[in-house]
Design a protein around this ligand. Structure first.
Ligand code: HEM
Length: 308
């Protein structure tokens, strides 16, 4: 969706060193502004068309095109092919795109970057941890990938067939939800059940990580890695879709969830056939809850190259 050359734009390094929130926000705006302006330069070089490098036909190209040139046919085609949107969403998005201002372009690009970067990194980190701890599931996932991608090439249409990998990712999102807490402010007084009154203005925190390990919902093996529980989908695993909310729920649910799952599947489908991995002896288990759930001391893994 957003192709960023990480050797030129290192985002995480900057997060770690800067302590001042306003300075960080300004740095991020400048950071995103540089990406947009570089992309514009390459648009101009290509006579207003999206970058000729096929790896760069991403959402940023589409929205820059909408701001700079209106909504051209090639951008309409790209939007049309975006597989994580419904037809209704695409129509709505297309109509909105023509009205994007420069400020909206920057704000939206930042939202996508911030909402999509660390969260997807988190699910990949914890999935690799879980697969390293559970070599049998690692082998199963590898076998499934090799069955559907025998020549080692991962085509986008194959991702939907990787059912085991999908179950593994769900189990990872359950045990280590990248967004472990979701906040809400009550905008209207609410009565829940017969005796719980939630007054207007009250701030509520939904403890996603706790909900995902509630034994009353998930059974006695709630703390265990058991991807098979998702064999019949979310309802089959817990009976109530609202008990599994790694992407939130309701009107503000994550709009990038299909993309995130496809991305995570694609990354694992490329890595797993190449390497077997296990946890390094230096790993110290300490899931750290700040905004996203990340391992406090990193996730050192040892890769063993697999013979072809
Ligand atoms: C595993 C990866 C991801 C996880 C776990 C995740 C999780 C979440 C959660 C919990 C929310 C809040 C939902 C709520 O308040 O009910 C959210 C919102 C959002 N996410 Fe994601 N997200 C992921 C990836 C992405 C990606 C890849 C993008 C975009 C490229 C994205 C874009 C957004 C946006 C724009 C919102 C705000 C939606 C709104 O308020 O209407 N997310 N996400």
């Amino acid at each position: 969706m957003l192709h960023v050359d990480s050797s030129r734009y290192s985002i995480r390094r900057k997060y770690r060193v800067s302590k001042d929130a306003a300075a960080e926000a300004q740095w991020l705006r400048t950071y995103m502004g540089c990406i947009i302006s570089d992309r514009r330069k390459s648009h101009r070089k290509n006579g207003g068309a999206a970058d000729s490098d096929s790896t760069r036909h991403d959402l940023l190209d589409v929205v820059i095109g909408a701001v700079d040139n209106g909504h051209s046919e090639s951008e309409a085609k790209l939007l049309n092919e975006a597989h994580d949107l419904t037809i209704g969403d695409k129509r709505k998005r297309a109509a909105e795109m023509t009205r994007l201002t420069e400020k909206q372009l920057l704000a939206n690009s930042l939202t996508f970057l911030l909402a999509g970067h660390e969260t997807t990194a988190s699910v990949l980190t914890w999935t690799i941890y879980l697969l390293a701890k559970h070599p049998l599931w690692q082998e199963r996932a590898r076998a499934e990938i090799e069955e559907f991608c025998p020549d080692g090439v991962v085509e986008p249409q194959v991702l939907n067939h990787l059912k085991l990998l999908g179950m593994i990712l769900f189990e990872s999102l359950r045990l280590f939800p990248p967004v472990p807490l979701i906040g809400r402010t009550c905008t209207k007084e609410n009565k829940v059940g017969s005796n719980l009154l939630i007054p207007e203005g009250l701030e509520i925190v939904i403890p996603v990580a706790m909900l995902h390990r509630d034994r009353n919902i998930w059974g006695d093996n709630a703390d265990e890695f058991a991807p098979a529980r998702f064999g019949n989908g979310i309802s089959g695993a817990c009976g109530n879709p609202l008990a599994f909310i790694p992407f939130g729920a309701g009107p503000r649910t994550c709009i990038g969830q299909t993309l995130a799952l496809s991305e995570a599947k694609a990354v694992l489908a490329v890595i797993l056939p190449l390497f077997r991995f296990k946890l390094s002896t230096t790993y110290r288990h300490s899931p750290d809850v700040s905004l996203t759930m990340m391992p406090e001391f990193g996730m050192p893994v040892v890769l063993e190259k697999l013979e072809k």
